[in-house]
Design a protein around this ligand. Structure first.
Ligand code: NDP
Length: 287
């Protein structure tokens, strides 16, 4: 058996084609969704993520504004930029690229973004609403993962899903979204004992650890769907995931590649949230 590759780029492209149509409709009603991205400093990975987000906006027709701030920007200055964007009617989504320099509090920054423009879905209000299943912006990577699993035609209800990693941006929220889809979810982390005992029970395995090759054939049962969220550089400087992709090809039923798997879907869900935010500004129909 050879695993089917879950082509994140191709799935993202299908979503983006639909978005282009929707954006044309919105434009005819004089609504142009706008995304502001703030980046502080010159971290190469962050710079390349921001470029990819801006490019994706341009590709589908979302207005984007990139605010580049120097690494010595104070927290107060950053909060002032956010405050202005919160008031700016051209902007429907605000994203501050993480990680931040150590002198700036990530919590203060996330809390400062208006929940109405929190297209990353990191604000405590968004997280709370997600947890209770209320309307909110879903966090982009977890939302993209759910869409990718559904794209394989797999019914999530009743499946054993094992998530490795419990961060606030991937592991925990993806576990909650999968639970809402009626999967039976097990969350593993660095203190989990006998990891393979858990992961081998998975129908679907989501790995968000950030360590190259941490998951291999010894962790995976025949026919498992494997979603690799990790983005790491190996000794040759090549981008690789958390999963030993080649070694799982003969075991998994479906598997995501790195790059070209979860990454493109993360950006696509950011575009989706920005459009949804703008749609809230549509004039209401008077009957
Ligand atoms: P964090 O470092 O915040 O979390 C890593 C998690 O992995 C922690 O919960 C940690 O456990 C757990 N962990 C670490 N070592 C092990 C181990 N040996 N066995 C089991 N669990 C372990 O990372 P993120 O969640 O932010 O990101 C994870 C990866 O996903 C990174 O490579 C990141 O670059 C990538 N990423 C990719 C995105 C994309 O769009 N493609 C988006 C976001 C992230 P503990 O809590 O106990 O410390």
């Amino acid at each position: 058996m050879s695993a089917k590759i879950i082509d994140g780029k191709a799935i993202a492209s299908q979503f983006r084609e639909k978005m282009k149509e929707e954006l044309k409709q919105l434009k005819s009603q004089e609504i142009i969704p706008g995304l502001a991205v703030i980046i502080i400093g010159e971290d190469p990975a962050s710079v390349s993520y921001v470029k990819a987000k801006i490019r994706a906006c341009e590709e589908v027709g979302i207005y984007s504004r990139c605010i580049r701030l120097s690494g010595d920007t104070t927290e107060q200055e950053l909060l002032q930029h956010i405050d202005k964007l919160n008031q700016d009617v051209q902007i429907h989504g605000i994203l501050v690229q993480l990680p931040l320099p150590l002198h700036i509090s990530e919590k203060a920054v996330i809390d400062a973004i208006s929940p109405e423009k929190d297209v990353d879905g990191f604000h405590p209000m968004s997280v709370g609403n997600m947890l209770i299943g209320d309307e909110c912006f879903l966090p982009c990577t977890p939302h993209g993962i759910v869409k990718m699993i559904q794209h394989t035609g797999t019914e999530l209800a009743g499946k054993n899903v094992v998530v490795v990693g419990r961060s606030n941006i991937v592991g925990k929220p993806v576990s909650m979204l999968l639970l809402q889809e009626n999967a039976t979810v097990t969350i593993c982390h660095s203190k989990t004992q006998n990891l393979a005992e858990h992961t081998k029970k998975a129908d679907i395995l989501v790995v968000a650890v950030g360590k190259a090759g941490v998951i291999g054939p010894e962790h995976v049962s025949e026919g498992t769907i494997v979603i690799d969220v990790g983005v790491n550089r190996n000794a040759e400087g090549k981008l690789v995931g958390d999963v030993r992709f080649d070694e799982l090809l003969s075991i998994a039923s479906h598997i995501t590649p790195v790059p070209g798997g979860v990454g493109p879907m993360t950006i696509t869900m950011l575009l989706y949230n920005t459009i949804e935010s703008a749609k809230k500004h549509l004039p209401s129909v008077v009957v």
